[in-house]
Design a protein around this ligand. Structure first.
Ligand SMILES: [Zn+2]
Length: 89
């Protein structure tokens, strides 16, 4: 029903979906890793603290870069053409 007619809109919508899916996969793996490092802190050492911080620091940038690019592409395309991906207002 709200399928975008423009091929660029469709491509951007697909890219955003893919980016979110990828971020979710990467994120959950990174979170698992961070969580495991965090659990080792129980009776842990200073090294474990650094390892946990390192793992948590990795979670954010790796999960958002591609989404940021896709959203930027959407905004540029919308500014240029006035197209909107969603029919809702
Ligand atoms: Zn378009």
């Amino acid at each position: 029903m709200n399928e975008p007619a423009c091929t660029e809109c469709r491509a951007i919508a697909q890219e955003i979906l893919d980016a979110y899916r990828e971020a979710w996969d990467l994120g959950s793996e990174a979170f698992r890793e961070a969580w495991a490092a965090r659990n080792r802190l129980i009776g842990g050492t200073e090294q474990d603290v650094f390892r946990a911080e390192e793992a948590f620091a990795k979670v954010q940038p790796s999960s958002s870069a591609r989404i940021g690019d896709a959203l930027h592409r959407l905004l540029v395309h919308r500014a240029r053409t006035g197209h909107r991906l969603r029919g809702r207002r």
